[in-house]
Write a protein that binds this ligand. Structure first.
Ligand code: NDP
Length: 357
């Protein structure tokens, strides 16, 4: 059943105004309670909670359905799976759960968002969707080095996803750039296929957690090149990676390391381009949230990696997705009781959490 927004914007005494409002509603088409952007752990958890609250959420999956966990292998730290679960399988289960409670899921990528008017508007695959509340869970994408040879050889030996592409490097030599958990995880994973893995890190100390460091350091198939950066990926003329030219940041000396693959594991960039100038973003482009998942714009909530550069775990993303759905639910409840259109959408009421669902 379509949701009709409260009669905002008009003094509800003049017939003319009411007719005008109805015409406006017809022109606007259906206005959803809540639209969720993104289908990672945050988006799907928000969908499960919103659907169970009878909000009939619409979830627009985005360019990478299932989010970053679809690019990972064993997830060992998501509670409830003592023997680990494959990332893609975990996301399929979450999606099924969201669908089971009535989430409408559309595989479309949002290309624009208009947040300066209410209802909010998003455009995906040339179709406009409107909603009273918006939950942004668009996540973050892998960062790249930004050198021309990397772009030329992307998909031809250069990759940002070991789980996706590691299989293609059976018995070949690969390099991994980065010193964080992503790089260590990718390096360890790649030893299942590659004959040897060389980690290239720009400092002499890893950023990764101790357990991941130890795992990588103990692995006989992994070696490290410290204080070095990739200056060029070699092989453009052949259309495939043949090696890299490295530069030592301390000595300035360059050397060539031969390899058939290069994996970039240097962190992530929040997917917030569409919201620049419309929402408060921090210096690194992450959406600034306060009081849980509230953004600078009432009615717009953010959950998961798009607003979290500290924890960035599947379980924290899922937790914030739950919070966003509860915040949106309270906001919509407030909106229902609002006498008429507020100049700007009203803030979600900060009430103590209600019953556990
Ligand atoms: P991080 O930001 O933690 O690490 C990025 C690494 O890449 C750093 O070592 C950084 O160097 C290096 N780097 C960044 N930019 C460049 C560049 N342009 N050239 C060369 N090197 C560069 O990102 P991660 O993705 O590794 O981790 C993010 C979060 O996700 C962390 O909290 C991590 O714990 C978590 N995570 C957890 C996993 C798990 O538990 N299974 C798996 C993967 C990630 P420098 O150190 O000098 O800054």
């Amino acid at each position: 059943m379509p949701f009709f927004p409260p009669r905002f914007g008009f003094v509800p005494v003049a017939t003319d105004c009411i007719l005008l409002e109805e015409r406006m509603l017809r022109r606007m088409g259906e206005v959803r309670n809540v639209i969720i952007l993104g289908s990672g752990a945050a988006g799907l958890t928000a969908a499960i909670y919103a659907a169970r609250a009878n909000l009939s959420p619409l979830l627009l999956e985005g360019a990478q359905p299932g989010g970053q966990l679809t690019m990972t292998s064993d997830v060992e730290n998501y509670p409830g799976f003592p023997e680990a679960i494959l990332g893609p399988n975990l996301m399929t289960l979450m999606r099924d759960q969201a669908a089971r409670f009535g989430t409408e899921i559309i595989q479309a990528e949002v290309t624009s968002a208009k947040l300066d008017a209410h209802p909010f508007e998003v455009v995906a695959d040339d179709k406009t969707y409107r909603a009273q509340a918006l939950i942004i869970a668009t996540g973050a994408s892998a960062k790249l080095l930004g050198i021309p040879s990397e772009a030329k050889l992307m998909g031809h030996g250069v990759s940002a996803c070991a789980t996706c592409d590691g299989y293609f490097f059976r018995n070949q030599r690969v390099l991994v750039v980065g010193g964080g958990d992503t790089a260590m995880e990718e390096a360890s994973f790649l030893t299942k296929f590659a004959s040897h893995v060389t980690v290239v890190h720009r400092r002499a100390e890893l950023r990764a957690s101790k357990i991941m460091q130890e795992r990588a350091m103990k692995n006989p198939k992994i070696s490290f090149v410290w204080n070095s950066v990739v200056e060029e990926v070699l092989g453009s003329e052949l259309g495939k990676v043949t090696g890299v030219r490295l530069r030592n940041l301390q000595t300035g000396l360059e050397n060539v390391v031969e390899a058939e693959g290069l994996f970039i594991g240097i962190g992530h960039q929040p997917n917030t381009r569409l919201f620049e100038g419309q929402l408060d973003l921090d210096a690194n482009g992450y959406i600034v949230t306060h009081d849980g998942t509230l953004t600078s714009l009432p009615g717009v909530f953010a959950a998961g990696d798009v607003q979290d550069h500290v924890y960035r775990q599947a379980v924290t993303a899922a937790g914030s997705g739950c919070m966003a759905a509860l915040d949106a639910e309270r906001y919509l409840e407030e909106l229902k009781h609002a006498p008429m259109l507020p100049a700007k959408p009203i803030a979600a009421a900060r009430k103590p959490a209600g019953s556990v669902r």
